[in-house]
Design a protein around this ligand. Structure first.
Ligand code: BES
Ligand code: ZN
Length: 639
């Protein structure tokens, strides 16, 4: 059955994508089509999936905290075309012990030359097994010493300070440093895993946990997980540490170190309401449970949408749930990104832009229109600023990343915020009801399948525009997706969203009038952020000191606010903020905060550069490879 489904996709890929997942028998549902258009092509994989592709990954791994590596066996189910003789996998530094078929017969393989971006191909001869149908290959391996997906933390980097910790970050193309598979978002795979770890550590993964952990001797336990929905392989994720679980609702809960579990659970009180709201908008949540893990502060992102187990930075915790837009965002990815996934990294907006729009819809439903409008205004402002900075004809401001630019070097707001503004604009022109119906259909038609910009636009034309020329012109679809800058039909935010804050910011800029402390503390997180973003670029030490005294910025419990304060202080060479910045940078590895703070220091020249160098020497070792890769070039790090 699997072979038939595969053959069908080979010949007529679009026939497959025309059926909904529910029309297909279970066996076939697991094998998602491979898209064959130019736009769908992923240049960051060595795989040739139309010849032979991985459909299922079974991991049997030990977490080795001393050696800082994973070690064990990956068994891959392979679906090969009739004339295929080999299968190509992605690897980046994997140490291969040997490869055999499902019966234990050794298979020949070669490891190609390594490319700094893509890593190296592993080409496995299918040998005797050549021919259509399901085959297995069994790979003995370990991750290499520089595996970028894995961050191993020393006990000092955790809240408890007693046990080591490890977590993975697969997106974009990092999972090939610990899993030998075809690491491309358009090659969906189901997976299962058995992982051992030393007691008393617990292991979680982005799959459903299968039974209780099993004692396996030598003071270790084995944990099992399974993901029956086919997913893009960047979504396979693992974390292990001294973590415990707290239930949030019937299908949601949170993992964290015991020291912060209660605080984390309190901040996440709105989770069930968000899931309900999301379902109301785009249909059923199809993954079963929605759990989250609050990681140590070294985690390089705000959040990562790993299925059934969102990974979160602890820095979103403010005590007042003001930063939970992040949860709405990662949850929204359960539709946009995890259910329907870009086939190529060049379609970043299909995951992140659609998600940012959906995030704002969830925010509106759970927290009301005012908060949603404010978040939209922040988004719009960051887009306008990015376009101003880069120039409206800069190819970096296109939503679909054009050839010649790496999709990993794009301007964030052009993907996230332009995506939000695009979909809000579509909603506004088409009407909410009709647009929601279209989007719901989009997720249904392509559930558990890859997609492209081209498909999105052609379906919008097929289902909504329907040859209405006037509507076609009004929407400006191609200009939005392929063009640069901000199309003229963009829906501007409601100026009332921040009326009071903008007035206060203007008064401060005009004559130095500070907002009253009471007014400031009454403002929402978004309002405080807006005010700080509107501060003049240049401020004197006297001004900064007065501002900090009035608003107690250095004592805020909200890291987004603290970050904006530190950034303003550092770019203005405000010495009294250096110690606090140093402490912050020593604890927090979230790139969104770390990179701009180093940049602010560096850009001041002779004042900040020695400070940046001194701090980075101390803190670099605690950062994830992603954050290091972003900061190294800013401070001219040379190892
Ligand atoms: N999927 C992204 C994180 C990501 C994107 C990792 C591209 C690697 C490559 C995640 O959903 C995300 O967007 N996180 C944001 C959250 C924010 C927009 C609410 C973050 O970490 O800041
Ligand atoms: Zn995202």
């Amino acid at each position: 059955m699997r072979t038939l489904a595969f053959a069908a996709t080979l010949a007529i890929p679009f026939l497959m994508s025309a059926c909904t997942a529910d029309d297909l028998p279970t066996q076939e549902r697991a094998v998602a089509p491979i898209l064959t258009t130019d736009e769908a092509r992923d240049e960051f994989t060595y795989a040739r999936p139309l010849e032979a592709r991985v459909t299922h990954v079974a991991l049997d791994l030990d977490l080795d905290f001393e050696g800082r590596r994973v070690e064990g066996v990956a068994t891959l189910d392979v679906d090969a075309a009739e004339d295929a003789t080999e299968i190509v996998l992605d690897s980046d530094g994997l140490v291969i012990g040997g490869i055999s078929d499902g019966n234990g017969n050794a298979l020949d393989y070669t490891i190609g030359e390594s490319d700094p971006d893509k890593g190296e191909p592993i080409t496995v001869q299918l040998g005797e097994l050549t021919g259509p149908g399901l085959q297995q290959i069994v790979i003995n391996y370990a991750s290499g010493s520089e595996a970028e997906a894995l961050q191993w933390l020393a006990p000092e980097q955790t809240a408890g300070g007693e046990y080591p910790y490890v977590f993975s970050q697969g997106q974009a193309i990092l999972n090939r440093t610990w899993i030998p598979t075809q690491d491309s978002p358009g090659i969906r795979q189901t997976w299962e895993a058995r992982i051992t770890a030393p007691k008393p550590l617990n292991v979680v993964m982005s799959g459903i946990s299968r039974g209780d952990p099993e004692d396996v001797g030598e003071s270790r336990r084995a944990f099992e997980f399974v993901m029956e929905n086919s997913i893009p392989p960047y979504l396979i994720a693992i974390a292990a540490g001294n973590i415990e679980f707290a239930e949030l609702g019937p299908r949601s809960g949170v993992w964290a170190e015991p020291e912060m579990l209660e605080e984390a659970a309190a901040e996440l009180t709105d989770t069930e309401a968000m899931i309900d709201a999301a379902e109301e908008i785009y249909g059923p949540y199809r993954w079963g449970r929605y759990d989250m893990i609050v990681l140590p502060p070294a985690f390089p992102y705000g959040g990562m949408e790993n299925p059934v187990m969102t990974f979160l930075t602890p820095t979103f915790i403010a005590g007042d749930r003001s930063n939970t837009g992040l949860i709405a965002h990662e949850l929204a990815h359960s539709w946009s990104g995890n259910l329907v996934t870009y086939s190529s990294w060049r379609d970043g907006w299909l995951n992140e832009g659609v998600t940012s729009y959906f995030e704002s819809r969830i925010s509106e439903a759970v927290f009301g229109e005012k908060r949603a409008n404010q978040e939209y205004a922040l988004s719009y402002a960051s887009l306008v600023e990015a376009i101003d900075e880069n120039g409206a004809d800069n190819p970096n401001t296109a939503m679909r990343t054009p050839e010649g630019i790496s999709p990993f070097d794009t301007v964030g707001p052009a993907i996230y915020d332009k995506g939000t503004v695009f979909l809000r604009t579509m909603e506004n022109i088409i009407g909410r009801e009709r647009f929601d119906e279209f989007m719901r259909g989009w997720f249904d038609r392509h559930a558990f399948q890859p997609a492209t910009s081209e498909m999105f636009l052609s379906e919008l034309r097929e289902y909504v525009v329907q040859d209405d020329e006037e509507l076609e012109q009004q929407l400006m679809l191609d200009e939005w997706v392929y063009g640069t800058g901000l199309p003229e039909n963009a829906i501007a935010p409601d100026p009332a969203a921040f009326a009071e804050v903008d007035e206060a910011a203007q008064a401060y800029a005009d004559n130095g009038t500070l907002p009253a402390k009471q007014k400031w503390t009454g403002w929402t997180g978004a309002e405080q952020q807006r005010f700080l973003q509107e501060l003049p670029e240049e401020m004197s030490a006297t001004q900064l000191s007065a501002l900090n005294q009035r608003l107690a910025l250095a004592d805020t419990g909200n890291n987004e606010v603290l970050f904006l304060w530190l950034e303003a202080a550092l770019r203005n060479e405000y010495q009294p903020a250096v110690a606090q910045a140093e402490t912050f940078l020593g604890e927090v590895g979230r790139n969104k905060f770390v990179e701009p703070l180093f940049k602010a220091l560096w850009d001041t020249g002779s004042w900040g550069q020695p400070i940046a160098t001194r701090i980075y020497d101390e803190t670099r070792g605690g950062y994830h490879s992603y954050t290091r890769n972003q900061v190294d070039p800013i401070v001219g790090w040379e190892g």
